[in-house]
Design a protein around this ligand. Structure first.
Ligand code: HEM
Length: 508
């Protein structure tokens, strides 16, 4: 009897698996989208379980070589379509309806909730509108002061290890600096991650991001229902850390709201108005203060709404900027001619004294550095892959992407394709000097994504990267010391061997 029950259960599972996949499989077949051998029920879970942050990039490169520009994986009935087809990038990213992130990002839901980054389409549009003023050029001018002050702290810290002989892994320095900048600009609070090695907020945030990154690559931890069973201790630690992060942000939100209410009561309240020249007491323009003063449908944002947005900004802005700046400094150290050009431009625009603070307009004048950053993000895109959920059949050219699938766009491989970027593996900032004459379609280079859900913080990020890179190069000559990069991928591109450079202090 047991045998017959087991047999019946097995047949039911197979029937359920067939039913779930049948329609999508037929459409994929007609569109000539194939992929590695997929087992019954498990699909490609075994191949996916073997993926590690270290072999992710190579696995997808090999699989594209075998199956063409677009291929599929099945993971326990979930269909994932990986693509480096620029036509699909255009169709998906420019769409005003395909706004939902791929289901793999569900791992972040407990942490980021329904904020801009992951939120439902209906909430997203109104939130995006009220958040846009935080990136108005007047706010950015204030933020540059915060960026400059924190970059100064970082170059001072580097002095202890800058002997011109020993390789220094820049990752931690850059990461803490980026965290100090993003937390102060988002919440108006100085976290001092750079100077306080015991900063609880830093440790908790890093732990959350580390666990979530691991979940992204692990099929057994990726599904919310399976995660507590597959790794109960990690699950418990994550819940605890997320709670701590939420409590911290909520406390700041409450304090700021109380200050705002008091100022309204005593008559000293001044609403934020960007057109007002006087606007911009520095902490006034922190993102949090903007969020406290806006309303959607005549209702102010709740504590939860604000916490979600602040968390989203910190998550979206910290590791991405760290990845870009760390890669840029490493690559510059390996290209002395590029370094010379960057330094000459800096001297011309920012002057001889390395300690003079920078302004937004000076940073915008660093045109060659702009090309260096663009070229860095081509070879080492901080966000190498983007994912969208496709609810209904999507027709693009001769292909149909079946509804109820997740498409993972992989620009990393486009950036290294000679069809779009001649001599693709060579670092050539010059290729960005005359970009109007460039031969590639605009969707072939999208480090900040494209379309309605593009990066809201891209101008901020460019200013932050230029401030930090220029500050380091004003103080130090970068030397090609230490191990080279070994690409790893989690939410962002990183390097398992670190971001090694030698640092020789400049004489003035
Ligand atoms: C080099 C640095 C950065 C890079 C390469 C980058 C890249 C991106 C990309 C590719 C997306 C789209 C993701 C997707 O569609 O799946 C995105 C979204 C976003 N980014 Fe950035 N980002 C950077 C820095 C920042 C900074 C500094 C902030 C905040 C100050 C920020 C805030 C956001 C937010 C809130 C979103 C979600 C926007 C939406 O869905 O409407 N990013 N970013």
């Amino acid at each position: 009897m047991w045998l017959s029950l087991i047999l019946e259960a097995f047949i039911l599972i197979l029937a359920w698996d067939f039913y779930r996949r049948h329609r999508r499989s037929a459409i994929l077949l007609r569109s000539k989208i194939s992929g590695p051998l997929s087992l019954l029920v498990l699909g490609n879970s075994l191949q996916a379980s073997a993926l590690r942050s270290e072999n992710y990039i190579e696995y997808f490169s090999n699989t594209f070589n075998k199956y063409g520009n677009t291929f599929r994986h099945w993971i326990l009935g979930e269909c994932l379509i990986y693509t480096k087809d620029v036509k699909l990038f255009e169709a998906i990213l420019s769409s005003s309806t395909l706004l939902q992130k791929a289901e793999v990002y569900r791992v972040m839901r407990d942490f980021l909730g329904d904020g801009l980054f992951l939120g439902s389409a209906s909430k997203w549009a109104s939130r995006r509108k009220v958040l846009a003023p935080a990136f108005h050029f007047k706010c950015l001018e204030n933020f540059v002061e915060i960026m400059d002050r924190n970059s100064e702290i970082m170059v001072k810290k580097l002095r202890k290890v800058a002997d011109g002989k020993t390789p220094v892994d820049l990752f931690n320095y850059v990461s803490l600096e980026a965290l100090d900048v993003i937390t102060e600009t988002a919440m108006g609070v100085q976290m001092n991650a750079q100077t306080d090695p015991n900063c609880a907020y830093t440790k908790t945030l890093k732990s959350v991001v580390h666990i979530e990154s691991d979940r992204l690559l692990s099929p057994s931890k990726r599904f919310n229902w399976l995660f507590p069973l597959a790794a109960p201790l990690v699950y418990w630690r994550l819940q605890r850390d997320i709670r701590l992060m939420h409590e911290f942000t909520s406390k700041i939100v409450r304090e700021r709201r109380a200050i705002l209410e008091r100022s309204k009561a005593d008559g000293s309240y001044q609403p934020l108005r960007l057109e007002d020249e006087k606007t911009g007491g520095k902490s006034k323009m922190a993102l949090l203060n903007i969020l406290l003063q806006v309303s959607i449908d005549n209702k102010p944002l709740t504590e939860l709404d604000i916490r979600e947005e602040v968390g989203g900004f910190i998550f979206a802005g910290d590791d991405t900027t760290t990845s870009a700046v760390s890669h840029a400094l490493h690559v510059i150290s390996r290209h002395p001619k590029v370094q010379k050009c960057v330094y000459e431009e800096i001297l011309g625009v920012l002057g001889q004294d390395p300690n003079t603070p920078v302004t937004q307009s000076q940073l915008l004048d660093l045109k060659y550095l702009d090309c260096v950053i663009k070229e860095t993000m081509r070879l080492y895109p901080p966000v190498p892959f983007l994912g969208r959920y496709i609810p209904k059949d999507l027709h693009v050219g001769d292909k149909t992407i079946p509804g109820n699938t997740n498409v993972i766009l992989m620009p990393y491989y486009v950036y290294r394709d000679p069809e779009y970027f001649p001599d693709p593996l060579t670092f050539k900032p010059e290729r960005w000097m005359n970009v109007k004459e460039a031969s590639f379609p605009i969707h072939a280079y999208i480090p900040f994504s494209f379309g309605p859900k593009n990066c809201i913080g891209q101008k901020f990020a460019m200013l932050q990267m230029k401030t930090l890179i220029s500050k380091v190069i004003r103080h130090y000559e970068l030397l090609p010391l230490g191990e080279d990069l070994k690409a790893t991928y989690t939410f962002v591109l990183s390097s398992s061997s670190g971001f090694n450079v030698g640092l020789r202090p400049k004489k003035f």
